[in-house]
Design a protein around this ligand. Structure first.
Ligand code: KG4
Ligand code: ZN
Length: 349
């Protein structure tokens, strides 16, 4: 499945970095064999964003039952290795997954792998039948990150560009709030945009005309805020909400696709991987496929947002890093490009 393994291995993946409890089993022989997800969206919706303490407590409540369920679904009593998200993310939430993974590893006597959350996103397309070959360009777009990465191989990452302010998912969420949509805003804004005219408002495509591969989304968000004020003042806000959503989405997607094409051209890369929560955006997927003349890969929709399957597959690919359970790792910050190939002691950020 993932190349040669001397002995087939079942890897249990545990994801608790933010507001989803994800658990899965990936077999190096058969691929993904079980997967379950508990979303906390309803718990945080009334606060308009993730409340870290509530997130941690809910992971405590849900994680062990999900592990039991997934092992039962996989038809195994125990895995051969455990992979867990060690960062970046909310420290309290990460500690739940890390504590559980290391505790289970200790009792089962099996090795444990600390996985970088964004590497999990980046490797999620490896769960698919048409998994990309190296090298490729990765556009990693989530609630906390917007990055363009030249991926030469597993753990060989060069960050080409990143956001100077808001992450694109954050811009979707904040713009959705301005438009009176609930949390999480990205999917709701994308749904509203389908009813709107994306040429109705002339919004900026930040950084697109500038050299370099960095992004900036706070100006776009501010431009929407000004338009919202204007439409409110003249009483046309309700009539213009869908047009505002569509114009925002188009501007954000034009920026992401434009910079990705520049990066692919500059680095002579013929494959692009789109991963992370915003990778679920249909316009982003279709525009990248329309405008890029190489191959575009992305995980299936449910593996774009946070999930256990991407952590399980990343753990399977990083079995060479597995260690004994002597350290509970939970890091809020952890730069992706400090990772090395498997077998090289992973940096601690
Ligand atoms: O990867 P993810 O689940 O969590 C983080 O690691 O941040 O990404 C969540 C982000 C949120 O900002 C959410 O609004 C955004 O992904 N998102 C979308 C869509 N689905 C999720 N943004 C735009 N369009 C979507 N369809
Ligand atoms: Zn994520």
């Amino acid at each position: 499945m993932l190349g040669y393994y001397p002995v087939p291995m079942n890897v249990l993946g545990i994801e608790t970095s933010c507001d989803e409890t994800g658990v899965a089993v990936f077999s190096t022989e058969h691929g993904l064999i079980a997967d379950a997800l508990h979303s906390q969206v309803d718990l945080h919706a009334m606060y308009g964003g993730v409340v870290p303490e509530i997130a941690s407590r809910d992971h405590v409540r849900c994680l062990l039952p999900l592990v039991v369920q997934v092992l039962r679904d996989a038809g195994i009593e125990r895995p051969d290795a455990i992979a867990y998200t060690a960062g970046p993310g909310l420290v309290g939430a990460l500690m739940v997954g890390s504590g559980m993974a290391n505790g289970l590893g200790l009792s089962w006597g099996c090795p444990v792998v600390a996985v970088h959350h964004m590497e999990g996103h980046l490797l999620a397309p490896m769960l698919e039948d048409d998994a990309p070959d190296y090298p490729f360009l990765a556009l990693l777009v989530s609630g906390g990150h917007t990055m363009l990465i030249a991926v030469a191989g597993l753990g060989r990452y060069a960050v080409l560009g990143t956001t100077l302010d808001d992450a694109v998912g954050e811009a979707f969420d904040k713009t959705a709030k301005l438009l009176g949509l609930g949390y999480p805003g990205g999917p709701a804004l994308a749904a509203l945009a389908e009813e709107g005219d994306d040429t109705a408002f002339d919004l900026p495509r930040p950084m697109l005309q500038r050299p370099g591969l960095d992004f900036s989304f706070s100006g776009l968000k501010t431009a929407v805020m000004l338009e919202v004020r204007k439409t409110r003042d003249c009483g046309s806000f309700d009539a213009q909400r869908a047009n505002l959503a569509a114009s925002f989405q188009r501007a954000a997607v034009d920026t992401l696709v434009g910079k990705s094409l520049q990066a692919a051209r500059r680095e002579s890369l013929e494959r692009i991987v789109i991963a992370g929560g915003v990778g679920a955006n249909k316009l982003l997927r279709s525009e990248m496929a329309r405008r890029f003349d190489g191959q575009v890969h992305y995980p299936r929709m449910q593996f774009c947002t946070d999930n256990g399957a991407m952590i399980a597959v990343a753990g399977a690919l990083r079995l060479a890093d597995a260690g004994s359970c002597d350290e509970i790792r939970a890091q809020a910050r952890w730069a992706l490009d400090t990772l090395g190939p498997p077998g090289v002691t992973p940096a601690t950020g």
